[in-house]
Design a protein around this ligand. Structure first.
Ligand SMILES: NC(=O)c1ccc[n+]([C@@H]2O[C@H](COP(=O)([O-])OP(=O)(O)OC[C@H]3O[C@@H](n4cnc5c(N)ncnc54)[C@H](OP(=O)(O)O)[C@@H]3O)[C@@H](O)[C@H]2O)c1
Length: 114
């Protein structure tokens, strides 16, 4: 089987996210992590956040190793001052242009039905 070609375009070359900007909250794990990789793979410039600096650093290193343009910071989105700090950083990083917002971060809590 032929190896898949690394490209910033869809397989049929009809579309790309080259140069588009994206904020993905909670990009270090689970669904958010997969979204960061998918958007980056199509050429988007991605900013992400989470609460764990070590995990963020590990992800950023891995993504940059793949050639993805990803930046991020630690931010606890529950706290308003930290949300405002995130917005400042994102505005500066993207110079005011945000094309895609993936409001993903949350903690799923499951309970037994009673
Ligand atoms: N997985 C499912 O089956 C499922 C089903 C329905 C809906 N969802 C929704 O899909 C989204 C992602 O779910 P997931 O399963 O991929 O979750 P996950 O694996 O637990 O990942 C959550 C991500 O969000 C970050 N995060 C959590 N709380 C945060 C906070 N207060 N501030 C900043 N970052 C925070 C986490 O990093 P840190 O912990 O380091 O902060 C992590 O990067 C959630 O909104 C969830 O409710 C999931």
């Amino acid at each position: 089987m032929a190896e898949k070609k690394e490209s910033n375009n869809s397989e049929d070359g009809r579309w790309t996210l080259q140069g588009k900007t994206a904020l993905v909250t909670g990009g270090t794990k689970g669904i958010g992590h997969a979204i960061v990789e998918e958007l980056s793979g199509f050429g988007a410039i991605v900013y992400t956040c989470c609460r764990n600096q070590e995990q963020l650093d590990q992800c950023l290193e891995k993504w940059r190793g793949k050639g993805y343009k990803v930046e991020g910071c630690v931010c606890d989105l529950i706290l308003r001052p930290q949300r405002e700090m995130l917005m400042e950083k994102v505005i500066n990083y993207f110079q005011g242009k945000l094309n895609i917002l993936i409001n993903n971060a949350a903690v799923a809590v499951s309970n037994l039905a009673t």
